[in-house]
Ligand binder design. Structure first.
Ligand SMILES: Nc1ncnc2c1ncn2[C@@H]1O[C@H](COP(=O)(O)OP(=O)(O)OP(=O)(O)O)[C@@H](O)[C@H]1O
Ligand SMILES: [Mg+2]
Length: 345
């Protein structure tokens, strides 16, 4: 097939002078896009790498691909991860991974948590601060964790995200509102172990799943649970921060399969599938979870455009933990989209 690989590369985006240091953390490196293109080519596809900037309308029409492999984070704005899906849908071009709505929900952690709560899924109590001096909700107890409502790759997250009292909360929320120009999300601090669960697939009832023993009766393949233990990193204080994710001063311990009992592993995997279907995600995602003080799991967030760096992206490590190589992972995601769009030959 003719496959257009759509991405926003770090080097093509300008870092505004007044933006926080981690402002470009979400965008992809040249290494990621090159290795991804090579992986798709290894399955026999003709691959056209395209920068998903304002030229995309012209370049994607010129290429006229059968399907796109979209990893573009979008250029700006609160629903930026939906920009490329919206453009492709306007043009009638099929693409892999989630669509406009699921990407917008996944990027907005507060909207996502509202949906999960309404679905009965466990996620910590929270409050959104748009202006910074809203009265504090009664159901929130300190310590709280404060983060930008719509970022990824740990942007705006450090040990200082944990606040012990109201003055600290106000200060942190105001900093996020000003520096990241978006609301701050405050939620109960979850002091327990941290896990991430990658999955591929689509609900069988509504989609065609490739006839493969890889998928369970629901239509999903859930990778083994990956535990992220940042304790070897000095001063990390249990937080998988922007500094650790982007600067990589030292690697956390990535344990896959996580050394947990089968009951907890199955519970985490089941929560990941339910978190995925609750927001209408398709093809692929990675769900982050943490345990509370009693050992109960809570959903932190879902990434419908999970990083696909061949070396250090969590979902790639989780697939590798099961013996699934990088090329097989990305081509499986593309196969799911091909089947979902009815393009299988
Ligand atoms: N409520 C919380 N309690 C404790 N730690 C938290 C909480 N929320 C976030 N964290 C810590 O901050 C990290 C980043 O948070 P989160 O996953 O929400 O942000 P992100 O930037 O979207 O991440 P990603 O890189 O996965 O896109 C988590 O991996 C975890 O270590
Ligand atoms: Mg995360």
């Amino acid at each position: 097939m003719r496959v257009a690989l759509l991405f926003n590369s770090k080097h093509s985006i300008e870092h505004p002078a007044d933006a926080p240091v981690d402002a470009l953390a979400e965008y992809d490196s040249e290494e990621t896009t090159q290795v991804l293109a090579r992986a798709l080519r290894s399955a026999g596809h003709t691959v056209f790498p395209l920068e998903a900037d304002v030229t995309l309308l012209d370049t994607v029409r010129a290429v006229s691909p059968d399907i796109c492999f979209n990893i573009a984070e979008g250029l700006r704005g609160e629903s930026r991860e939906s920009q490329v899906p919206a453009l492709l849908e306007m043009l009638g071009i099929p693409y892999a991974a989630s669509g406009i709505l699921a990407n917008a929900i996944s990027l907005d952690k507060a909207v996502c948590k509202h949906i999960w709560r309404a679905t009965g899924l466990p996620t910590a109590p929270f409050q959104l601060f748009r202006i910074g001096d809203e009265p504090l909700n009664d159901d929130l107890a300190f310590p709280l964790f404060v983060k930008p409502v719509g970022e990824g790759t740990g942007m705006g997250i450090s040990q200082e995200s944990v606040v012990q009292d109201e003055p600290e909360l106000r200060e942190r929320a105001n900093w996020i509102i000003c520096a990241y120009r978006q609301p701050a999300l405050a939620e109960t601090f979850l002091p327990g172990r941290e896990f991430t669960v990658g999955l591929i697939g689509n609900e069988r009832s509504v989609c065609t799943v490739p006839a493969s023993p890889l998928y369970d009766e629901r239509g999903f393949h859930v990778f083994p649970v990956l535990e992220i233990d940042v304790s070897p990193i000095e001063n990390a204080q249990g937080i998988y921060s922007s500094h650790i994710k982007s600067e990589r001063p030292m690697d956390p311990d990535y344990l896959c399969p996580a050394p947990i009992d089968d009951i907890l592993a199955l519970e985490l995997q089941d929560l990941a599938v339910r978190a995925f279907t609750a927001i209408g995600a398709v093809d692929v995602a990675r769900v982050d979870l943490r345990l509370d003080e009693f050992g109960n799991p809570h959903l932190l967030e879902i990434n419908t455009l999970p990083g696909l760096n061949p070396t250090y992206s969590d979902i790639v490590m989780a697939a590798r933990g099961e013996g699934i190589p990088y090329e097989a992972l990305v081509n499986e995601v593309l196969s799911l989209a091909i089947a979902r769009h009815g393009l299988a030959r």
